[in-house]
Design a protein around this ligand. Structure first.
Ligand SMILES: N[C@@H](CCC(=O)N[C@@H](CS)C(=O)NCC(=O)O)C(=O)O
Length: 198
């Protein structure tokens, strides 16, 4: 497997999860701020015509994109890692529920704030929406170590990475003590340290 990833971007979640599985993979770093040319001379668009990371090239040459699919695929390559509950169980749908929440409510709300073309006037409304999502997470984590309970799963890697953007975006996490404790817990994992240089 080959992961096309930009360190610090959402694709680092897939990097963390690959490290958690212990599977063999190659990491191809993509500079999103540059011309997105890859070491082999191709461009990111040649791998993912949608033009973004993560992209996971499978051993049969197929390319899988979208965090929600990529993360679950990685987890399913090593079920004993516990990164995802078994397919077909209610717990798996709960994981997908969380993945949907992190993807569309957290990642994409924060992601808009990176856009230099975003009007200043739009920022408070986005930050307010983010605050509501953070408060919900904080409340959930009062009774749980990780989003799915006692087990670290792919969605924790995803949430950890996107919440890491908060200081750059002016999104204040100090009102959410349980969320902060959770981030500290996740940060201690060897896979997270290795993928983020922590
Ligand atoms: N819908 C995609 C979005 C992925 C995404 O937002 N990737 C960002 C990095 S966090 C990216 O590559 N942005 C570059 C661009 O859109 O041009 C997913 O959920 O995987």
């Amino acid at each position: 497997m080959k992961l096309y990833s930009a360190p610090g971007s959402c694709s680092s979640a897939a990097h963390i999860c690959l490290l958690e599985t212990g599977l063999d993979f190659a990491l191809v770093k993509v500079d999103l701020g540059g011309d997105r040319r890859l070491p082999d001379g191709r461009y990111l668009n040649d791998i993912n015509p949608k033009g973004y990371v993560p992209a996971l090239e499978l051993d049969n040459g197929e390319v899988l994109t979208e965090n929600v699919a990529v993360l679950q695929y990685i987890a399913d390559q090593k079920p004993e890692s516990g990164l995802a509950p078994a397919n077909g169980t209610l717990a798996r749908y709960r994981l997908q529920e969380w993945l949907g929440f992190v993807n569309s409510e957290v990642h994409k709300t924060l992601g808009l704030l990176f856009n230099p073309k975003l009007a200043e006037v739009a920022k408070p409304a986005l930050l307010e929406k983010f605050g509501q999502r953070a408060a919900y997470l904080d409340q959930h984590l009062a009774a749980h170590q990780y989003l799915m309970g006692d087990q670290f799963t792919v969605v924790d890697a995803y949430l950890y990475i996107v919440l890491g953007w908060c200081p750059m975006l002016g999104a204040d996490l100090t009102p959410y003590p349980r969320l902060n404790a959770y981030l500290t817990r996740v940060a201690q994992r060897a896979s997270v340290k290795a993928a983020t240089g922590g």
